[in-house]
Design a binder for this molecule. Sequence first.
Ligand SMILES: Nc1ncnc2c1ncn2[C@@H]1O[C@H](COP(=O)(O)OP(=O)(O)OP(=O)(O)O)[C@@H](O)[C@H]1O
Ligand SMILES: [Mg+2]
Length: 453
Amino acid sequence: MTMRWTIGGRLALGMGAIIALFLMSDLVVYWYAHEFSALGSGFRLCALLAGVTAGFLTLRSVTLRVRSLLAATQAQAAGHLSRRVLPESGDELGRLAIAFNQMAEVLERNAVSRTYLDNVIRSLSESLIVVSPTGVIETVNPASCSLLGYPERDLTGSSIQRVLGLNDTALTLEFLFTGVTEQETYYYRRDGQRIPVLFSAAPLRARDGSLQGAVCIALDIVERRRTQRALAASRAQLRNLVQYLNLSREEERTQIARELHDQLGQSLTGIKMDIAWIQRRIEDHEASDQRIAQRLNAMSRHVDATVSLVRRVATELRPAVLDNLGLVPALDLLLRQFNERTGIGVEPSLGPAVNLTPAQATALYRIAQEALTNVARHAQARCVQLRMGHSEGNARLEVQDDGRGIEPSDREPRRSLGLLGIEERARELGGALTIGGPPGTTLTVTFPIRPSP
Ligand SMILES: Nc1ncnc2c1ncn2[C@@H]1O[C@H](COP(=O)(O)OP(=O)(O)OP(=O)(O)O)[C@@H](O)[C@H]1O
Ligand SMILES: [Mg+2]
C-alpha cells in the first residue's frame, strides 16, 4: 500500500518538525543553560532554517505542478487534445492531474466523433442545413453552398426563408418543425433561379425534449425531373406507336376480312354453281359415269367446307356484324362462337346499347376477345359472364369467370402481352383496367363515354 501525502499533511509535517526542533532546542538549553547557551541558539537557528527550507521546497513543488497543469490546460484550449499531465503523487494535485487527464480523454473522444460527424456532413452530396428554432441557418455543408451559389459565411446567420422562398415565417417554421419527408419543393439560388428539390426536415430536440432546431436535407432533382420528362415523352411515343399499330392492324384485318368474304367467298360460290351445273349435265347424260358424279359431290362438299372456313376466318379477323350492327350483337356472336368452340357456359348481360364511337367499339370488342381467349386458355372455368353497361357518363365492360383466378405473379414480369394489350387499350379510351378475384377472375374496364381524344 502506498502512503498518500496531502499538501496539508506535508505542511503540517513541516510545521510539526519546526515546533519539535524548537522544543528540542529549549530542552537542550535547559540542561546546559550556563555553559552552552550558544549551542541552544545554534539549534534554534538550525530548526528555523530547516523549517523555511521545507516550506520553500513544498511551495516550489506545488508551484511547479500547478504550472504544469496550467500549461496542459492552455494546450487543450489551443486544440492539442492529446496533451496529458503526470500525476506524480496521490495528493490533491495528483488527483487533480488524474481528473484533468480523464477530462482530456473525454474531450478527445468527443472531438474525434465530432470530426467524424463533420466529415460525414461535409462529404454528403445532398444539401444539409441546420436551422435554429427561429429559422436562422446555423450550419451548412459544401453541397448546400454549391447548390445555392452562396459562400458559407453568407448562408450562416441568414433566414431559411431566403432559401425556401417563403414569406410567411410562422408557416415556414411549422413546415420545418412538424417534419417533412421527401416532399418535392423548390430552393432558391443566389441568382434567383428556382431549383426543384426533394426536401426532408426533422426537428432537432435536446434530451429534455426541448426544440433545438431542425435539420433540412434537400436533393437536387433537376436531373431526375429531366429524366422523368424524357421517360414520359418516350412512353407517350410508345403509346402513340401502339395506337398506330392497333389502328393499322385493325384496318388490315378489316380489308383482309372483306376480301376473304367478298372475293374468295364469291369465287367459291361461283365454283359451287359450276359444279352444280356439271352435276346436272352428267345426270342428264345417258352414259353418265358414276365416278365423275361422286367426285363432283366430294368437290361440292369441299367447297362448302371452304366457304364456312373463309366465313369463320373473316369473322375472327373482323366481324362484319361489328361494323354493320354494332358492338352488342358482335359481342353476342362472339360469346356464342366461344361457347361452341370451348363448351364453357356463357351468360351475357349486355344491357342497353351504349353510344360509342367506332374506335371505342373496336377497342371493347378486342378487349372482350382477348379476355375470352384467356379464359379458354388459362382459367379452367365452367362459366363466363360478360356484362356491359354504363352509369354516370362511364361505360363498363366486365368479363368474369369462375376459374382458378390470376396469381399476382402471373402479371409479373410481363412476358405475355394479352393483359398488357387490354390495359393499353383501356388507357387509350381514357379509362383503366382492374383485375379482381378470387374467386375466379374479373376483368373490368371502365372509361368515360365522351369520344376519346
Ligand atoms: N382468366 C384467367 N384466369 C386465370 N389466369 C389467367 C386469366 N387470364 C390471364 N391469366 C394468367 O395471366 C397470364 C398473363 O395473361 P396474358 O393474356 O397477358 O398472357 P398469355 O395469355 O399467357 O399470352 P398472350 O400474350 O398470348 O396473351 C397468363 O399467362 C395466365 O397465367
Ligand atoms: Mg392472353
